[in-house]
Design a binder for this molecule. Structure first.
Ligand code: HEM
Ligand code: HEM
Length: 174
């Protein structure tokens, strides 16, 4: 068994992490608070939707590369429950990312936003009453919490358990 993840998977992990943090922070602070009537929002929508698609494609590529490459043995914590929770948390991250993209696409189709942003159609006044809009916001919160726990777990491994877990997501001889 290798001592770290495949370098392609390592690259996909760190690039996706960066893009996701940008999409989550910008979605919350730049996109959601501005009304659709604001002319600057068209560019924000284009960037956010484009970024969301890229994240979705990278995640699908990542799952394919993951299925085709060998991984290190599961990390241990000394706590049986935590050892069982770790793979569930990782699958939850993948599922939440794909659910963000899915709900974003459903939202743009159901509100006519996709047509407005890419084909010059009329911009919807707002997203009130659109279930996919509510879902997109709730899934974003769940994703932020799961990412937060994931980062705390990585810091705990590295700093408290001192098992060099971060090096498994780094580049070196496998
Ligand atoms: C946006 C943020 C992030 C997401 C969505 C994310 C997602 C993931 C996923 C899904 C895995 C599991 C890999 C697999 O087996 O398929 C993983 C592993 C890992 N992540 Fe992240 N990650 C993020 C940010 C971070 C950050 C900031 C750190 C460091 C502080 C980190 C450190 C690690 C480490 C060390 C592993 C390997 C764990 C192991 O060997 O069992 N991640 N990450
Ligand atoms: C992983 C990918 C994505 C992430 C992390 C993300 C993140 C976010 C966040 C955090 C918000 C603000 C939620 C709130 O405060 O309630 C938001 C809003 C939004 N997102 Fe995404 N998003 C993603 C993908 C997409 C995609 C693919 C689309 C469309 C094709 C999209 C369209 C929208 C729209 C229309 C809003 C609502 C803006 C408003 O209320 O004015 N998102 N997104």
């Amino acid at each position: 068994m290798p001592s770290r993840y495949h370098p392609a998977l390592v690259t996909l992990h760190w690039v996706s992490a960066l893009l996701l943090i940008v999409a989550l922070v910008a979605g919350t602070l730049v996109l959601a608070p501005v009304p659709n009537s604001d002319p600057s929002k068209l560019l924000s929508f284009r960037l956010h939707m484009g970024l969301g698609f890229v994240i979705g494609i990278l995640t699908l590529i990542r799952l394919a590369v993951r299925a085709k490459t060998a991984h290190p043995a599961p990390a241990t914590t000394g706590i049986a429950l935590a050892d069982r929770a770790a793979p569930l948390a990782h699958w939850a991250l993948y599922a939440l990312i794909l659910a963000m993209v899915g709900s974003g696409v459903a939202l743009s189709l159901n509100s006519g936003l996709g047509n407005a942003v890419f084909f010059g159609g009329e911009m919807p006044a707002n997203f009130e009453g659109i279930a996919a809009r509510a879902a997109h916001g709730i899934i974003a919160t769940l994703l932020m919490i799961t990412i937060g726990l994931h980062i705390v777990a990585a810091i705990w491994h590295q700093g408290v358990r001192k098992d060099r877990l971060l090096s498994r997501m780094g580049y070196d001889k496998r």
